[in-house]
Design a protein around this ligand. Sequence first.
Ligand code: KIV
Ligand code: ZN
Length: 515
Amino acid sequence: MIYDSQYNRLALLGTSVHGVSLFDTTLRDGEQAPGIALSAEDKMKIASALNDLGVSIIEVGFAASGDTERDMIKKIAQMNLSSTVCSLARSVKGDIDAVIDCDIGYVHTFLATSDIHLKYKLKMTREEVKAKAVDAIEYARSHGLKVQFSCEDATRTDIDFLKEMHIAAQDAGAGTINVPDTVGVIYPTAMTYLISELMKVTKVPMAVHCHNDMGLAVANSLAAVAAGAKQVHVCVNGLGERTGNAALEEIALGLYANFGVEVADLSRIGDVSKMVSRITGYPIPYNKPIVGRNAFAHESGIHVHGVLNNAATYEAFRPELVGVDRHIVLGKHSGAHSVKDRLNALKVKFPEDKIPELLAKIKELAVGGKEIDDAELMVIADHILWKRGDDDPVKLKEFAVFTGKGVTATATVAVEIDGSVRTSSNTGIGPVDASIKAIRCAVNDKITLEEYKLNAITGGSDSICEVTVVIKGAYDLSRLSVGKAVGLDIVATSVDATMEAINRDYIRGKGERNG
Ligand code: KIV
Ligand code: ZN
């Protein structure tokens, strides 16, 4: 389900888009991103996932780059995928021979056409470039390969020369001609103009290959499609040279949302994105459209309230459309609706009148942007229900601990009991031990620590911890008293749990004395 803007429909009235397909270059342009080096096995796994996703062409590598690359391409070719397997090649015979050697039927060959590239890189004239491109295409065709040809840096190429190149390439046998925005400089309406101009002379289908240097790769690709391009080059998670290529997931959704064209099995997108992130080691940015952790995360009270009433209020489309989950985040901006929703989802019965206290504790713990997950919420809720009021007869007035490596942990506390303040310092084998000893000394040196339990709820280094302390002998030498606390800091939470146990013991002892 897409929650469209009515203005899209107005603007796109009369634009008919059909026969569009994806050319995925995650395994070629994507792999060119710094730090990515994929093994044959990695590439085979990704190729299989892209095949299941339904992409039309998979550019799996650059055959001329060596034997290992060729062996990998051969292995993928032997997988008999439904997607067409393609290799990149420069416009030279040696590169095309390397592709022929891989037993695949499709080559993507390219040559730069902009004056900048001709002058500073190729040191060739336009005529020489055209002749070289034509030779390469004809050579590949004569060996039975299907050819997609790219004028590298097309968006900075003189329009008349670009048209000449397109005519020459299609006459030489290229079945598709790609228009690369190699350094990501074009603007969407300029792309519309460029494709419309090229459509006047290009009889074969055109593809578009947009880089994201100005953050416009997806917008430019969609503009190209609206203007008549039939294929979009994409990389999963927007990988690719420098700032990457148009992201597969954004293009697939953009084509579906704006033109009703389904170029891939959208429901697999979330899984494919995670898989590519895992294999490449490139994390998915939290705020990445479609697949980022925040794409369907709602924290602020107003948004959660809206989404819980009707997801259309703050979502562009349903997360299940692209195989990802919505999650309501509990944190600094949460409101009562979010907390109740999470408790309901977890089937935790929690009294309405204690929700404000629970919310206040969540906000206190959500320092530095920390999110409270379900396990942590259950512990906090449990703690609120278990806790007494704030009427502590034994009050912790001051607490400091000095610790480090190679130093003896030392804690100093001041407690107030019945109006009189007592202080004590103590050392211990660590800050928790020193703190609990100092409290025991300040309150009553007969107290014994019977049990101490620390539980980090999520296992992360920023996890909320739950400390349970069992003591004996604060005021009653024969009975055990339990104290529990939840917090972010192990030492402070241990101190809170110890104070809670002491207060429980004190209150019970006092009650019994009075009774
Ligand atoms: O960005 C580019 O121009 C390329 C070509 C090889 C098409 O990746
Ligand atoms: Zn590229």
